[in-house]
Design a protein around this ligand. Structure first.
Ligand code: SF4
Length: 406
């Protein structure tokens, strides 16, 4: 890949990098630590309210991929008999665990005292977390939720069911901690989580501006705040800062590219290649920006919550998100956003080991091509296992696509 042009990135990226450093220090020093699944997990806010330090194996896999270590961890898991096509977040986690690496990225992810999961997002989760339960011999608490086919019309009994699941999970957590979790404190963390979501949603609205104020790598940094710091004061302050800096950029008509440089606005489908985020810079050098991705826009930060009705808000969070909805609902949102974000090309990552986010992808691609007459490039790869990624093949295809876009 040719030498990238140096671009000034928004200042908040440095603050996010510092927050990531603090988070990984916390997971190694704070106690108790809960491994928590990320998507739609209502127990993250409960953990912060209870003084439990959450740690996120999925996020750690992204860190390991960015440091080019996950390929070794994934390989290590495979030598222990885990299938090649198992999710690379899961394989990274197991390989890290079995490697007993003396010098892991960011110092490691600590050891869990309990495990907090939700069923709503991914079929991989049950087996993965069950395995962690077996390995660490620590309590596993999970919230079971039904699949939501129509996100705009969630039946009340779904919400009631999810609420009961969360209430039972809280009782289990209280038994383990030997103390009650304060309702007041939970209301506070839910409100703080809601504020982070509110800033995030406003931030995504700003991305409709031309030029797009942020690029996809900036947005993926902001995602860390949305997910990992959900429910914390630190998260609110940081997301507020990110929003205000972006709003200023939009007002001044500044973007990752200038108005004259921004030739194409692309949509990224599926998870980015965490081991090759510099690829996004290559697109920028060719006049292309990604104002949104489906992964950034529909999986996280989709549910507003009210601390006065904390459990209901958390139940709605558990039921929400792209991973818990139908392909039809997902497709409708994408087509609408392609129009509103003025997208004129799509890059679809055909993700080898995340079949969950790949389900229905070909239908979505066909709808984009046929309904909107917008070109779509499909790139083969994986979110965290770079062993299946071919730089030569990917770059050849991208260059051909961008030449065609003009
Ligand atoms: S398979 Fe996909 S949705 Fe499931 S844990 Fe892996 S990356 Fe997440």
């Amino acid at each position: 890949m040719a030498e990238r042009k140096k671009r000034e990135r928004p200042a908040f990226n440095k603050d996010v990098a510092a927050a990531i450093g603090r988070h990984y220090k916390n997971v190694q020093t704070n106690k108790p630590v809960a491994y928590a699944l990320m998507s739609s997990n209502p127990l993250i806010e409960v953990a912060y309210a209870a003084g439990i330090q959450p740690a996120f194996p999925e996020n750690y896999a992204c860190v390991c991929a960015a440091r080019h270590v996950s390929k070794e961890y994934c390989g290590k898991a495979e030598t222990r008999g885990y299938a090649q096509d198992l999710c690379s977040y899961c394989k990274n986690n197991l390989g890290y665990l079995y490697s007993a690496d003396k010098n892991p990225p960011m110092g490691g992810i600590g050891e869990p005292d309990l495990l907090l999961m939700t069923s709503s997002a991914c079929t991989h989760y049950f087996k993965w977390w069950d395995l962690l339960h077996e390995i660490y011999q620590k309590p596993l608490i999970f919230v079971n939720t039904p699949r939501v086919m129509e996100p705009d019309a969630i039946p009340d009994y779904y919400v009631d069911f999810a609420q009961r699941e969360i209430e039972e999970a809280i009782v289990e957590m209280e038994k383990i901690l030997g103390t009650d979790i304060s309702h007041k404190r939970l209301a506070q963390t839910v409100n703080q989580s809601d504020q982070v979501v509110q800033y995030w949603q406003k931030l995504l609205e700003l991305q409709k501006n031309v030029p797009s104020p942020l690029g996809l790598s900036d947005l993926t940094n902001a995602l860390f705040v949305l997910i990992v710091l959900a429910g914390t004061r630190e998260g609110v302050e940081l997301m507020k800062k990110i929003y205000h800096e972006t709003a200023r950029l939009a007002e001044e008509e500044k973007g990752v590219l200038t108005r004259g440089e921004e030739k194409h606005r692309l949509l990224w489908l599926n998870i980015p290649f965490w081991y090759n985020l510099k690829l996004l810079g290559y697109f920028e050098d060719r006049g292309c920006v990604f104002p949104i991705s489906d992964y950034g826009k529909y999986v996280w930060g989709t549910t507003r919550m009210d601390g006065n009705r904390s459990i209901e808000g958390l139940a709605r969070k558990a039921l929400g998100g792209e991973l818990n909805t139908s392909v039809d609902a997902h497709m409708d949102r994408i087509l609408e956003d392609i129009r509103s974000y003025r997208i004129d090309g799509v890059i679809a990552h055909s993700n080898k080991s995340c079949r969950v986010l790949s389900v229905g992808a070909l239908d979505v691609i066909e709808a984009i091509r046929k309904t909107l007459n917008i070109p779509v490039l499909i790139l083969d790869g994986d979110h965290a296992d770079e062993r299946v990624y071919s730089e030569t093949e990917v770059m050849t295809r991208i260059d051909t696509f961008l030449d065609m876009l003009g």
